[in-house]
Design a protein around this ligand. Structure first.
Ligand SMILES: [Zn+2]
Length: 515
């Protein structure tokens, strides 16, 4: 029997009707008892942690992130987020190339991630010619922060078998590829080894714990990422709990060998099958009902025709999996809800709540349908600040329905909080703090702190169809919590996002510690 005491803490159990506990007794990974005494008499002799009066919050779960890809990105790609000019993009890429000692002809690529054309002083998309000036001999690919668009240099386009001069998409300079057209470039980049993938998974899990997360719902790009996590789990318990959301491309294989949502253990399990219905607002590929306000020539695009999306969602339902569907624009939301409804009509009620990833742009009709269909959403508080341009892109009226977290919560939609890392920083307090304090363009959509803490803990379990209360800081629940250096209830709201994590505890074990 494993026992551990956590003494002299201030546990935010989020229950206004009972006094706040000051000490916890953990037994075999669960909270066995608690006490309002900081050092209760009569508890068993067991190793004890003195929390020094620090505040403890229910364990935040990142309900939507790309964990293993993130670990791989950290190792392999230059970070271009926040770059303010093409010159800066070039500087960061050259530094990275030196660090990896890339040489022309050695077969390796120069990769960068996270640029935003809106932030560049040049005020335009980079082209293949811009990238040729950074590296002419080495294949170079940079991806936009949203992952829905990339720019490749001439060498990269050639290695992918594409005609560099014929690589132009409507409205974009040469070398920019969006959505599924990015595939050829991704396929041309040489593969990492299984050991590289395992190292990436290990690094990413440790980062998640350090960032104040006790668990993640990780979108898996492909089988290599799944294998990396399974290999890692065989070596021992993971520092954080990982739910693997599989891509639709893996559905037939997974179903064929008998896998279903829920298979696995406490530390690693199979979650939903992931589908896309549209792109991103940043790249103007999110599917809208009305044209983009700052580009009336486009309404974005659906990834599949509506009946094809419906067919795929039905297939997921029939195979016994939960479904999660990326939907950002209001048209994508409606098409997605149609598909979810069609699956109910064909195969009956879902065993797991269907979930929409992002649910960025909503209106009253969409909210009513989400509620009647029992659809939950994984939301990303950090998007509201990053997408400061939302009122220009959507018009101020329509932008009121964008990242409308308060409106979604009030409508009774089950919500879970997330970062979408590497799109945003993997940082629990940043995500929590930014749900409490909203940017100037939408202050009315902020949420009170206790509600935010709930949607990052209980919310993540509710979205998986677990019984209400799972994920709470309470006896009988898993001993998953995060110890903070300051009490977020007493901090000025704008400071919450900067409160340092002192310790992350998963199943009563220290997953990460600042000391
Ligand atoms: Zn994502």
């Amino acid at each position: 029997m494993f026992e551990r005491l956590f003494l002299n803490g201030c546990f935010l159990h989020l229950d206004p009707n009972t006094p706040e506990p000051r000490a916890l007794l953990v037994r075999d990974g669960r909270i066995a008892a608690w006490s309002t005494d900081a050092r209760p008499a009569g508890w068993p002799e067991a190793p004890a942690v003195d929390l020094g009066g620090r505040t403890v919050i229910p364990g935040p779960v990142d309900a939507h992130c790309h964990l293993v890809s993130y670990g791989m990105l950290c190792a392999q790609e230059a970070d271009l987020r926040g770059a303010a000019s093409l010159a800066e993009v070039g500087r960061r890429l050259r530094t990275h190339a030196e660090k990896l000692a890339l040489r022309p002809g050695d077969g390796r690529w120069l990769l960068g991630r996270g640029f935003e054309q809106d932030r560049l002083a040049e005020g335009r998309w980079p082209s293949r010619h811009d990238l040729d000036q950074i590296a002419a001999q080495i294949p170079l690919r940079i991806t936009r922060v949203c992952g829905h668009a990339l720019v490749a240099n001439t060498a990269a386009l050639r290695s992918a078998g594409l005609d560099p001069a014929g690589s132009q998409e409507d409205g974009f300079p040469e070398g920019v590829l969006t959505e599924e057209r990015q595939g050829a470039i991704y396929r041309a980049v040489p593969d990492a080894t299984a050991a590289d993938w395992r190292a990436a998974a290990r690094r990413a899990c440790a980062e998640a714990a350090r960032a104040g997360f006790v668990g993640v719902h990780s979108l898996m790009a492909d089988e290599r990422e799944v294998r990396a996590l399974i290999d890692l789990r065989r070596e021992g318990p993971l520092p954080v709990r990982v739910l693997m959301q599989l891509p639709y491309s893996m559905l037939e294989h997974a179903a064929g060998i008998g896998l279903r949502t829920g298979y696995g253990g406490d530390y690693l399990s199979i979650g939903a099958i992931k589908l896309f219905s549209d792109g991103s607002l940043g790249a103007r590929t999110a599917a809208l009902l009305e044209p983009y306000t700052d580009d009336p020539t486009t309404v974005g695009e659906l990834i599949y025709p509506p009946d094809e999306l419906a067919r795929r969602v039905q297939r997921v339902h029939a195979a016994g999996f939960q479904v999660c569907i990326h939907a950002i624009g209001d048209r994508a939301m409606e098409t997605t809800l149609d598909a979810i409804e069609s699956a109910v009509n064909v195969h009956g009620p879902w065993s797991f709540p269907p979930r929409i990833e992002h649910a960025s742009l909503v209106n009253p009709r969409i909210l009513a349908r989400m509620r009647s269909l029992g659809v939950g959403a994984a939301i990303q508080p950090q998007f509201a600040r990053s997408d400061y341009w939302a009122p220009e892109r959507l018009g101020s009226d329509r932008a009121r329905g964008c990242y409308a977290f308060h409106t979604l919560a009030e409508a009774g939609i089950p919500l879970a909080g997330s970062t979408d890392c590497p799109v945003e920083e993997l940082d629990a307090m940043a995500a929590i703090g930014q749900a409490v304090t909203r940017p100037e363009w939408s202050p009315q959509e902020s949420l009170p702190l206790d509600r935010v803490l709930r949607l990052f803990s209980e919310g993540a379990y509710a979205l998986r169809g677990f019984p209400p209360g799972t994920g709470r800081l309470a006896p009988g629940q898993a001993a998953d919590f995060v110890v903070l250096e300051a009490d977020p209830r007493r901090a000025p709201p704008a400071e919450i996002e900067r409160i340092p994590v002192f310790m992350t505890v998963v199943g009563g074990e220290t997953a990460s510690s600042a000391s």
